[in-house]
Write a protein that binds this ligand. Structure first.
Ligand code: ATP
Length: 515
C-alpha cells in the first residue's frame, strides 16, 4: 500500500470507516490508547479467537481451556513477582516532557544500526548479483562487521545493566549512544526510574492495604492457581496444557500505535506443563507449532521472525518472541517462554498448598516445568488488518481498496445481492441467505450499482459475493464473484454451500496445522 508510515494511518481510518475499530468513548473525544471493536471488528476478533482456541484445545487431546476471573487474590501477584518486579524502566526528556521506556529507546537505536548493516548487504547483493554470498559478505565486509559488533556490544551492556537492575548504567548507555528524543531532538534526559505497571483498586468498601486488589496484568496466573483443579478434575497427565483467552490490564507508560499497545487488551495464553528436564524439547515444539499457526493464515512468511530475549524475565530459562512486520516495523506479536517451575513453586510457598504432580511413569512427585505461549489478540488483529489492506491498480485504470483477510476469519463470508430491487429478486436473494445463514455469516445488500456493492465488500474483506438476477428465477443459477481474483462464475444455488465451505472453513486451516 502506501509508505509504511502512512500505512498505519490508513489502517486506522479504514478500521473506523468500516466499523472494525473505533476510538473508545469518542463522543467525549476518546480516552487515550483505548479502543472499541465495532460490528465487523468483533466478528474478526471472534474468528481469530476461535481459530486459536480450536488449534489449541480441539486439536490437542492433552490441552483444555478455562476462563478464570480477572480479579485474583492479591497474594497471586506477590507470588508471581508482579508486585515487586513488574516494572518498566522509564526516562523523561526534560525538553519535550515526553516519557519513554529506556529499554525501548535502546532497542530502537539498535534497530537503526541493524537497518544500516542491512542496507550495506543489499548494496552488495546488487553489486555481485547471482554470485552474492550473504553469509560471507556479513562476515567480511568491514562496515557490516563494525555495525554487527556495535549491536553485540550494546546488547551485552543492556543485558548486564537491566539484569542487575542498575538504572544508572542504563542511563549511561543512553548517554553514550547519544540517543536523542525523537520529539525535541535533545539529549537532556532525567534519571531512569522503575514504574509498576499494575492497575490497583479496592475491594468492597474497606480502605487500606489489605483490601488492595489488582486488575490482572496477564491471564497466565489464573491458569497456574488452577493447575491442580484442572489436573485432578480432568484426570490430566503430564505433559498437558491449559489455555485461556481473556482481558489483561497494564498501565503502560507509553501507550500508542493504535491497538498495538493498549492499557486494556486481550491475551490468548497457553501454559504447557512438562516433566522437569524436558522443557527444551517442548520449547522447540511450541516455537515450531506456533509459527506454523501463523504461516497457515498466509500473511506472508517474510513478515515473521524470531527474536531471542536478551534479558530473561526472572522466571524464565529461555524465551523468544515471534515478531511481525507491523506498519511500524518488526515488533513482538507473541512470546514463547520457558517459565521453569517458578510460578508453581512461588504459589506453593505463598499459599502453603502443594502444587505437585505424581508421575506414574517414573514413580515420582514433582512440580512441573512450564512452557508458555502468549499472544496478544489485539496485536494479531492489527497484524491481519495491516497486511491485508491493499490498494490495487486495475486493468481499466481504476483503483480498488481490498482487504485480503484470510477467508476463514472474514467477518462476512458472503454477500448476497439482487441485481435490482424489483421483480422478486430481493425475495430470491433473501431465500438464499435463509439457506446459508446457519453455516455462514451473510450480508444482504441491495443499495447502489453492483460495481459499487462489490467494492464495498472488497473493502470489508468478504471473500464471496453472490448476485441474483433474472436468470436466477428461470434456472436457479447465480453469479459468484471471488474477492481476490475478481473472477465471476455462474453456478447453481445448490453449489454455493460447498464453494463457500471449501474456502472459508476454519477446519481447512486446522488441517494445514497437522501437516
Ligand atoms: P512488550 O515488550 O511489547 O511490552 P511484553 O513482552 O511485555 O510486550 P508479554 O508480557 O510477553 O509482553 O505479553 C504477551 C503478549 O501480550 C505480547 O506478545 C503481546 O502480543 C501482548 N501484549 C502485551 N502488552 C500489550 C499491550 N499493552 N497491548 C496489547 N497487547 C499487549
Amino acid at each position: 500500500m502506501e509508505q509504511k508510515d502512512d500505512l498505519l494511518k490508513e489502517v486506522i481510518s479504514h478500521a473506523k470507516e468500516y466499523g472494525f475499530v473505533f476510538p473508545s468513548s469518542e463522543i467525549y473525544d476518546g480516552l487515550s490508547a483505548t479502543y472499541d471493536y465495532g460490528q465487523l471488528g468483533s466478528e474478526l476478533k471472534n474468528n481469530i479467537k476461535s481459530y486459536w482456541w480450536k488449534s489449541m484445545v480441539q486439536m490437542h487431546e492433552n490441552i483444555v481451556g478455562i476462563d478464570a476471573a480477572i480479579f485474583m487474590h492479591p497474594s497471586t501477584w506477590k507470588a508471581s513477582g508482579h508486585v515487586d518486579a513488574f516494572n518498566d524502566p522509564l526516562i523523561d526528556n526534560k525538553d519535550s516532557k515526553k516519557r519513554y521506556r529506556a529499554d525501548v529507546l535502546i532497542e530502537e537505536h539498535i534497530e537503526k544500526i541493524r537497518q544500516k548493516a542491512n542496507k550495506e548487504v543489499e548494496k552488495g547483493r546488487k553489486k555481485f548479483g547471482d554470485s552474492f554470498d550473504e553469509e560471507q559478505f556479513r562476515a567480511t565486509n568491514p562496515n557490516v562487521l563494525r555495525n554487527t559488533n556495535k549491536i553485540a556490544d550494546i546488547e551485552e551492556r543492556m543485558r548486564q545493566s537491566l539484569g542487575a537492575n542498575d538504572l544508572v548504567a542504563v542511563k549511561q548507555l543512553i548517554e553514550d549512544l547519544e540517543i536523542a528524543c525523537p520529539i525535541s531532538g535533545s539529549k537532556n534526559w532525567t534519571d531512569v526510574r522503575q514504574f509498576n505497571l499494575m492497575f490497583s483498586t479496592e475491594l468492597g468498601s474497606v480502605a487500606g492495604d489489605a483490601s488492595t486488589i489488582y486488575l490482572r496484568p496477564e491471564t497466565a496466573q489464573g491458569i497456574f492457581v488452577n493447575f491442580l483443579n484442572v489436573q485432578k478434575s480432568g484426570r490430566m497427565k503430564v505433559p498437558f496444557g491449559i489455555a485461556q483467552i481473556g482481558k489483561a490490564f497494564r498501565n503502560e507508560i507509553i501507550a500508542r500505535q493504535f491497538i498495538f499497545r493498549m492499557r486494556e487488551f486481550e491475551q490468548m495464553e497457553m501454559q504447557f506443563f512438562v516433566r522437569p528436564g524436558e522443557e527444551m524439547k517442548w520449547y522447540d515444539y511450541w516455537k515450531d507449532h506456533r509459527l506454523k499457526w501463523h504461516s497457515s493464515l498466509g500473511l506472508g512468511q517474510e513478515n515473521y521472525r524470531f527474536h531471542d530475549h536478551i534479558k530473561l524475565a526472572h522466571y524464565a530459562n529461555a524465551a523468544c518472541d515471534i515478531e511481525f512486520n507491523f506498519p511500524m516495523g518488526f515488533k513482538e506479536l507473541e512470546g514463547i517462554h520457558s517459565r521453569t517451575d517458578f510460578d508453581l513453586k512461588q504459589h506453593e510457598a505463598l499459599s502453603g498448598r502443594k502444587l505437585q504432580y505424581f508421575d506414574p511413569e517414573i514413580n515420582q512427585n514433582y512440580v512441573p516445568y512450564v512452557i508458555e505461549t502468549s499472544i496478544g489478540l489485539d496485536r494479531m488483529f492489527l497484524a491481519i488488518m495491516s497486511s491485508s489492506l491493499k490498494k490495487e491498480q486495475l486493468e481499466d485504470g481504476s483503483e480498488r481498496v481490498v482487504l485480503n483477510l484470510p477467508p476463514a476469519l472474514s467477518p462476512y463470508k458472503v454477500a448476497v445481492m439482487p441485481l435490482t430491487k424489483k421483480d422478486g429478486l430481493p425475495e430470491k436473494a433473501r431465500e438464499i441467505i435463509n439457506e446459508l445463514k446457519f453455516d455462514f455469516t451473510c450480508q444482504y445488500d441491495e443499495k447502489d450499482s453492483i460495481g459499487k456493492r462489490y467494492r464495498r465488500q472488497d473493502a470489508i474483506g468478504t471473500p464471496f459475493s453472490v448476485t441474483v438476477d433474472h436468470q436466477t428465477l428461470e434456472d436457479g443459477s447465480v453469479t459468484v464473484r471471488d474477492r481476490d481474483t475478481m473472477e465471476q462464475k455462474r453456478v447453481s444455488i445448490e453449489e454455493l454451500h460447498q464453494i463457500l465451505r471449501k474456502r472459508t472453513d476454519i477446519g481447512q486451516l486446522l488441517k494445514s496445522l497437522q501437516k
